[in-house]
Write a protein that binds this ligand. Structure first.
Ligand SMILES: Cc1cc2nc3c(=O)[nH]c(=O)nc-3n(C[C@H](O)[C@H](O)[C@H](O)COP(=O)(O)OP(=O)(O)OC[C@H]3O[C@@H](n4cnc5c(N)ncnc54)[C@H](O)[C@@H]3O)c2cc1C
Length: 428
């Protein structure tokens, strides 16, 4: 498929439904906010302001410079067939992609540091027929992404696979899924596992040479929009006359702004939501609600669950022999009781001792300091020594819905088969 042509075709067939000078605010300059601005600009809207609390655009596609090299802390990898829109934007902005061909993909024993190649291809073969069958049915649904299979693959993964005669998700699919920050496969409706398998099973993987943030910077700079960075949205009030947004900038100055329409992006509205693997009695976010929600919106957003996923960057000596690549800590991949321990580690460059670790947390007892200590402990066991703690990020990752709004933290041990993905999100 020629992605460039198809995306331009799509824009040529739709027209703005409001006056083009409508004042539009977009909260958040992550990929979804910048993509919304891109789409609006393509439709001819000329009065778009993006408001971002951080110093840069990019959101969770955050790249940082450490000792003169660019590291991606969140979004990094693109599979050949998974992201035609991103590749389209890369082409349009002249952003260079590099193949991660020399990157090893290995399983590492966290007790000894021994590692061995992960045989991904063999494992994927066993689910190809199921993936193709679901993909065919998805085409008929007229929907895209995970929504295209939400009717047919909404059962929780263990019961879905059992009904199809599979014992479990093949190891490398499950490990790839968990190491990507999407949770443990047994906690998720199969629709998500399918979408991961479908998009990651073919082709080479690549990343942006100058880091993922560089793409979003170039896209935002190419658009006739205003981007206000270091500006935090404190409150959004909507009424029939429009939208009032209160913001605070980095100098601590407050300002009230008025718009006709607002687009909220990222995890901004999910303060009411749940956090993965955290008891529902603990509130998702103690901060005050910034958005006045209708009853329906409250109900809707309260069903969205995000995952506390940590990236910890350490400078390590003693692991110079390890090739660049991704290493999965096998013993922490299957059992959600082990959360806090790193599920994956990456050596980015052969001439640098900077390593990235990825770990799940929760709001009950696994927060940043625990995650950091467990990563340092793992480094010691595999024969390294931490020279410097470079940084840590806690991402509110993978907003997703579960089955009929139930809290599987308490229910997954009782009745997996009766849990279904809620369909209330569509059309309401
Ligand atoms: C560890 C990790 C690994 C990942 N790996 C990959 C990968 O390999 N490939 C890939 O394609 N994707 C990957 N992703 C996913 C990708 O980063 C996300 O899908 C993407 O960033 C989501 O974009 P978004 O705009 O919806 O949200 P975000 O990226 O979260 O952007 C939301 C923005 O809103 C801003 N914001 C929030 N509240 C306010 C406020 N009150 N006022 C102003 N601004 C506000 C935030 O600062 C942020 O910039 C990964 C993510 C993580 C965390």
């Amino acid at each position: 498929m020629d992605a460039q042509k198809s995306i331009e075709d799509k824009f040529s067939k739709i027209h703005p439904c409001f006056p083009v000078n409508t004042r539009i605010a977009i909260v958040g300059a992550g990929p979804s906010g910048i993509s919304a601005a891109y789409a609006l600009s393509n439709l001819g809207y000329n009065n778009v302001i993006v408001i971002e609390k951080h110093h840069s655009v990019g959101g969770m596609c955050e790249s940082v410079d450490i000792e003169g090299k660019i590291y991606d802390l969140g979004g990094q990898v693109l599979a050949a067939n998974s992201a035609p829109t991103i590749f389209h934007l890369a082409k349009e902005t002249g952003s260079e992609l590099v193949e991660l061909g020399s990157h090893k993909l290995a399983l590492i024993d966290s007790q000894t540091g021994n590692y061995q190649d992960n045989k991904v291809a063999d494992d994927y073969v066993s689910v190809i027929s199921l993936t193709l069958e679901l993909q065919d049915k998805a085409k008929d649904s007229g929907r895209i992404g995970v929504h295209a299979v939400s009717d047919i693959a909404s059962d929780m993964t263990p019961s879905f696979l059992d009904s199809r005669g599979f014992k479990s998700v093949p190891k490398s699919v499950a490990y790839g899924y968990t190491a990507s920050g999407y949770g443990f496969v047994q906690d998720m409706p199969y629709a998500y596992i399918h979408e991961f398998t479908r998009t990651s099973m073919a082709g080479k993987i690549r990343r942006f040479k100058d880091g993922y943030t560089s793409l979003w910077k170039k896209v935002s700079e190419s658009l006739p929009i205003t981007v206000m960075c270091q500006t935090e949205v404190l409150s959004v009030r909507r009424d029939t006359s429009g939208v009032k947004i209160d913001v605070k900038n980095s100098s601590g100055d407050f300002k009230s702004m008025e718009f006709d329409k607002v687009i909220l992006s990222g995890a901004f509205p999910y303060r009411n939501g749940k956090i993965y693997r955290s008891p529902s009695s603990i509130s998702a976010d103690p901060e005050n609600e910034v958005l006045e929600l209708s009853e329906l919106e409250k109900e809707l957003f309260s069903k969205v669950q995000t995952i506390d996923y940590y990236t910890t960057v350490l400078k390590i000596k003693g692991l110079e022999h390890m090739p660049v690549g991704f290493y999965y800590f096998e013993e922490f991949m299957d059992d959600p009781e082990t959360i806090g321990n790193p599920v994956a580690m990456q050596r980015f460059y052969s001439n640098s001792n900077i390593f990235l670790f990825w770990s799940y947390g929760n709001l009950a007892n696994v927060e940043g300091s625990t995650v950091l200590q467990l990563a340092i402990d793992a480094v010691k066991r595999i024969g390294g020594e931490v020279e410097m703690i470079v940084l840590q990020r806690r991402f509110k990752y993978f907003p997703h819905v579960n089955s009929q709004g139930k809290d599987y933290y308490t229910e997954s041990t009782t009745c997996l088969s009766c849990q279904k993905l809620t369909l209330e999100f569509r059309g309401s």
